[in-house]
Design a protein around this ligand. Structure first.
Ligand SMILES: NC(=O)c1ccc[n+]([C@@H]2O[C@H](COP(=O)([O-])OP(=O)(O)OC[C@H]3O[C@@H](n4cnc5c(N)ncnc54)[C@H](OP(=O)(O)O)[C@@H]3O)[C@@H](O)[C@H]2O)c1
Length: 283
């Protein structure tokens, strides 16, 4: 039985991990902000040394990019120092650690997908604080998996899919950015990949997104098609969009390492979205 501490268990990726893990093989120690604030160094070290997990998965985060700009101290406290605290525990207990990270560590100016070997250059507080978190994890532990993903949606999350559907329910037309590109990734598929990876010793940094690329506008089109909603959808530049904060325009990650080691393939984004929409209940 593998003991896995899921910090940020109530978030969309934390929930997805709990949905897909096999309880016969994994004992999950779930914590979220209510039980354990990862910025509290002593509490985090105490929880870790008492429970001695085999694996720590850091699904916590201050993920609202506008909030990060407005309150950078807190963004660095959660996204950077929180990751450091969990790394200290991982090192102390000899645990493997998974650090969730993001395409926002890149500047989004590229015209081709970013590989794990491209230089980072975050332009936002969110991106800079997440890169600082990655660096702490790499500095404090050697049994680490840094997993960068993007455009993640899952049950219970305040994500793009749910926001498009809410607007459609209200019967409003929508203006959506046609100049932002990414790979929509279901939290469930990401969770399956994480559970695979922790069973290996293939440490390092990975890009993990569903296959395929689209614009925000095309993503919204597909969501509405699958939901059977017929509302007016307008393709606009980011500044005129109803839904998108200003983000790196080209957020496309190449799952380069997964591809070259040929051990795991992510599904196509449209197939995953269909599965999510079929399963979706009102959260
Ligand atoms: N969503 C994406 O598109 C995406 C893409 C790439 C990477 N990621 C990364 O993946 C991770 C999880 O993302 P997600 O979409 O599942 O985020 P999420 O739904 O916002 O979940 C984050 C969880 O962390 C909790 N949390 C916040 N501050 C905390 C603290 N100080 N101590 C303990 N828990 C705290 C939150 O609690 P409250 O809700 O109570 O604040 C929430 O339950 C994040 O690190 C994010 O940066 C996300």
């Amino acid at each position: 039985m593998l003991k896995v501490w899921i910090a940020g268990a109530s978030g969309q990726i934390g929930r997805a991990l709990n949905d897909v893990l096999d309880p016969m093989q994994i004992e999950a120690l779930n914590t979220d902000l209510d039980e354990l604030d990862i910025t509290d160094t002593d509490e985090v070290i105490n929880f870790g040394t008492v429970n001695r997990p085999d694996v720590i998965i850091n699904c916590t985060g201050m993920t609202d990019t506008d909030e990060c700009e407005a309150n950078p101290e807190h963004a660095y406290r959660v996204n950077a120092l929180g990751a450091r605290n969990l790394s200290i525990v991982a090192r102390k207990c000899g645990s493997k650690i998974v650090q969730l990270s993001t395409d926002d560590v890149f500047d989004g100016q590229s015209k081709k997908p970013y590989t794990e070997f491209d230089d980072t250059n975050p332009l936002t507080v969110y991106g800079r604080s997440k890169r600082a978190g990655e660096n702490y994890v790499k500095e404090f532990t050697h049994k680490h998996f840094v997993i960068r993903s993007n455009w993640v949606y899952g049950h219970g999350g305040h994500n793009f899919v749910n926001r498009v559907l809410a607007a459609a329910e209200a019967g409003n037309g929508l203006s959506v950015a046609s100049d932002q590109f990414g790979s929509p990734t279901s939290a469930k598929d990401l969770a399956k990949m994480i559970l695979y990876l922790i069973s290996t010793n293939e440490y390092g940094t990975y890009h993990v997104t569903c296959r395929g690329v689209c614009s925000r506008y095309e993503f919204a089109q597909e969501i509405l098609k699958l939901a059977g909603k017929d509302i007016e959808l307008r393709a606009v530049p980011t500044e005129q969009s109803d839904l998108s904060a200003v983000r790196p325009p080209y957020a496309v990650l190449d799952n380069f390492i997964l591809r070259i080691i040929e051990v795991y393939d992510m599904p196509d984004w449209k197939e995953s979205l269909k599965e999510y929409m079929d399963e979706r209940t009102e959260d």
